[in-house]
Design a protein around this ligand. Structure first.
Ligand code: XMP
Length: 509
């Protein structure tokens, strides 16, 4: 495995992904990680990430300098390289201005991480400080017109430093550089595959759970579905899934989940019809935060009641993914922690004295999809767009009523049919409809109408932290609008949301 020490760079997740794309397992840890823990991880190499700080700032993040005495190869990127140089008694100098963007890179020595790369290439820079005097034993291996020490190495100790970012696509030979570090320098083997992940996790789960029972909240989304299949493979009928129908789901969602997990996979799934308690509590409530809180509380109460009926349940499974973990441990914190704070089952494990199992906590979303495929999850579910826990309630602006839910469900069906028919479903991060608390005047046949307005939201995104409104073809938008107005009673106007995140959010509430 490769250990990545996180100095707070916006790119640290990218470094991890690039390493895993090479089928090498890696883990991101904060700078405070102690040497004993590093030794137990037994990394074949250490990557020191970039970061926003200057090494001269008070409180700038530092790792234990003992990492340089472990006889393990180290690759420092940007701040990571400056930290290495500073720690090994070289000199980092402040620059008057930041260097940001493309730079022409000239390679002087291609025996190390530049093996097999042309002498002239391009790289992506984003730094203020740079390297002045090199520590003993180091030499310069590449330069740009502005930065003499764009890359350095001490081949004897196997320490490498890059002032630029090999992990971003703007460095065309970046992958090659990382490959050289992983395979030529660290001698890693390509052993990280989903098959090996399934084997290892299955064993871990079996030895942790023994003959006890496990509960899992199944939502029908990708993460909880994949977690459920993995657990089922490991412990069979000792897993009980609980599916709460809160009345805020899309058309036929509960049936889809039943058909797949109960009928097809023959898993233990308890379906709880809780439409009434949710809708009763939501009556007359328009405030978005109040709606979310009510839904969260009712969910926990119902889930807890149901889980208590399962004899001997000791564990609760959650489909937490790696980005959530990284964000919450980052030395500078991360905004996504706040954005994703609504976890429907949050607070449950403590209250119910259950031990938490998070089998996906080291995976990225795209890895979870690959894992899902490996476990036999149908494509349709593997590629499901995210759907928020509070469901259609956050897509009905104003009060949630059965009749408004019914209108929105029908609109949603038409919209998704068209998006799929145009082969856009997978390309879009999300595509959905929002029912507005407005009526507007229209004309149908010779009749005046006064009916609902619906907004269409379609966005592209990599991680939901930022998103761009999708430039859907006008013809498609026209067809969606026509079909909705013709086929869904109660809607006479469709508008398209052209705001990006930030400053807007993806969901309207
Ligand atoms: P926003 O609207 O904050 O959403 O841009 C970012 C992503 O998170 C999803 N989302 C939620 N997911 N429970 C969830 O499980 C929630 O309460 C929740 N709220 C938003 C949203 O659909 C988008 O993908």
């Amino acid at each position: 495995m490769i250990l990545i020490i996180d100095f707070g760079s916006q790119y640290n997740q990218l470094i991890a992904r690039r390493v895993r794309e090479q089928h090498v397992y890696c883990q991101i840890e904060p700078p405070g990680i102690d040497i004993a823990k590093i030794k137990t991880l037994r990394p074949e190499g250490i990557i020191l990430s970039g970061g926003p700080a200057s090494i001269y700032e008070t409180g700038s993040p530092r790792a234990d300098k003992g990492i340089f005495d472990l006889n393990i190869p180290v690759l420092g990127i940007c701040y990571g390289m400056q930290y290495m140089v500073d720690t090994l008694d070289g000199e980092v100098v402040g620059a008057d201005k930041r260097e940001y963007g493309f730079a022409e890179l000239t390679i002087h020595d291609a025996s190390g991480v530049f093996f097999g790369i042309d002498r002239e290439t391009r790289c992506w820079m984003s730094h203020g400080d740079s390297i002045g005097r090199l520590p003993a034993g180091f030499k310069t291996t590449a330069s740009t017109p502005n930065t003499e020490n764009a890359a350095i190495e001490n081949a004897v100790r196997r320490f490498y430093g890059l002032q630029f970012h090999p992990e971003v696509v703007h460095t065309p030979e970046g992958t090659r550089i990382l490959e050289n570090f992983l395979f030529r320098v660290c001698k890693c083997k390509k052993t990280w595959t989903m098959k090996s992940f399934v084997q290892e996790s299955t064993q871990e789960i079996q030895s942790l759970v023994g003959d006890r029972h496990v509960v899992l909240g199944l939502s029908g989304g990708v993460d909880s579905s994949v977690a459920a299949l993995l657990l089922h493979q490991a412990i069979g009928d000792r897993l009980t899934c609980i599916f709460v129908d809160n009345g805020l789901l899309r058309q036929d969602e509960a049936k889809r989940v039943r058909d797949l997990f109960k009928k097809h996979f023959r898993m233990n799934v308890r379906f709880v019809n809780a439409k009434k308690p949710f809708l009763d509590r939501l009556k007359g409530v328009s405030d978005p935060e109040k709606k979310r809180k009510i839904i969260g509380h009712v969910f926990i109460k119902i889930f807890e009641e149901e889980a208590r009926k399962i004899d001997g349940a000791r564990f609760l499974v959650q489909g937490t993914l790696y980005p959530d973990i990284i964000e919450s441990q980052s030395p500078f914190g991360g905004p996504s922690a706040v954005i994703k704070s609504h976890h429907n089952v949050g607070g449950l494990p403590k209250k119910m004295k259950l031990t938490l199992i998070e089998p996906l906590k080291h995976l990225f979303k795209d890895e979870v999809r690959v894992l899902g495929k490996e476990l036999g999850l149908p494509d349709d579910l593997v590629w499901r767009q995210p759907f928020p826990g509070p469901g259609l309630a956050v897509r009905i602006i104003g009060e949630v009523t059965p009749s408004r839910l019914s209108v929105l469900r029908k609109v949603d069906v038409v919209l998704l049919e068209e998006i799929r028919a145009h082969n856009l479903y997978r390309k879009l991060w999300q595509s959905f409809a929002v029912l507005l608390p407005l009526k507007s005047v229209g004309i149908m046949g010779d009749q005046r109408t006064y009916e609902h307005v619906v907004a269409i939201r379609a966005v592209t995104s990599d991680d939901a932290m930022t998103a761009d409104w999708a430039k859907l073809p006008h013809d498609l938008l026209g067809k969606i609008s026509n079909r909705i107005i013709n086929e869904v009673r109660g809607v006479n106007r469709v508008v398209y949301d052209i705001s990006s995140k930030p400053p807007s959010t993806i969901e309207w509430e």
